[in-house]
Write a protein that binds this ligand. Sequence first.
Ligand code: ARG
Length: 460
Amino acid sequence: KEAKLWGGRFKEGVTDAVERFTESISFDKQLYKQDIKGSRAHASMLAHQGLISASDRDSILEGLEEIERRIENGEFNWRADREDVHMNIEAALTDMIGEPAKKLHTARSRNDQVLTDFRLWCRDAIDGILVSMKQLQVSLLTLALRNEGLIVPGYTHLQRAQPVLLQHLLLAYVEEIERDAGRLVDCRARMNFCPLGACALAGTGLPIDRFMTSEALGFTAPLRNSIDAVSDRDFVLEFLSANAITAVHLSRLGEEWVLWASEEFGFITPSDSVSTGSSIMPQKKNPDPMELVRGKSARVIGDLVTLLTLCKGLPHAYNRDLQEDKEPVFDSVKTILGMLEVSAEFALNISFNRERIQKALPAGHLDATTLADYLVNKGVPFRTSHDIAGKSVALCTLKNCQLLDLSLDELRSINPVFEEDVYDFLGVENAIQKFVSYGSTGSACVASQIDYWMKKLEMK
Ligand code: ARG
């Protein structure tokens, strides 16, 4: 068995069970690119500070280049007995270039190294998620543009409430995703500080330049406190929280579309390309992708809870427990990317069943609140208007008709304030025209929202 890089004080090696249990190479090899990037910056800084020679630096840089090439070509032998990505790469470098490689870990610990890698990885991951978020927004807006003018029932308590333009609802999702993206951008800015050079926890007596490595790696600045630098995981907690919120948004979207695809609603028909069938029931066509978007949100929430639980009892500074921080993050990122991608595809592959929706619109007295607003315009206090409109709805229930079917006499029997112009306010088509407040579902307001997003998403 090969001696461990940390093996100086040890008289015997670890048992196989311990080796299997403590390794992280099976998952942290995903950090190889960031690890090599960090080592490049570190080696260049060491040479600049006179801690290693220029020729040692050059052999290190060449060796790292070759290692990266081998990893990318699948020629690199990842070894569990070398524990993690950091020691795999360092040991392979030593195998390759000998003595100079042994100088690379000067003024560095795996504790600051792993966090440098991880912050760089998360930063890249955020950039990727932001791209997918924008794609989903574009898809939702595309769906909105295809369905201009379509009125759908708006719900509260999942009971029919007021009519809304479908575009208005679709833009509500777009707004949510915009804030999700904003949270990631904020999180990225707070995350973008460099732990490298914090070493194990206390910094070093060697004359390193942390500002140089920080800058070379594109960080805003080195982290101010070396203990904080190797202890902190709030940057991942924040990242996973942001992902969890996004997942909840997508899950709600998924739930809505699953519901809408049901026979009972029948508002949308997903195309075959985003549907799956049943192994026993020949007639079935199920909206599985959106069910799984709803389902996979559980993982993303779970990943956050795992990390919160992992961190809550840890004394400062580094603890090996923290090796467990990576898999939930990898899982969260992979899952959220899949959810965003499939939601975007689904959006582009559903059609709204206009006729069916229109036929269903008269049910539920969606215009009752507009009727109350009509009475307010006539000078009736809102509480009284609410009561009069409520009594009108009650009469409709009795007669099994809609508000617009009530005659003027019938309305006046409830309250004499009604005039002929009341019929301009009744029926969903009329009612929707009456919305004028900023942010409302009125056509003009929705048109200006569409315009705003078309520009923002560079769709025109
Ligand atoms: N694989 C370790 C991790 O992911 C790297 C840091 C190990 N440090 C240590 N002192 N054992 O956390």
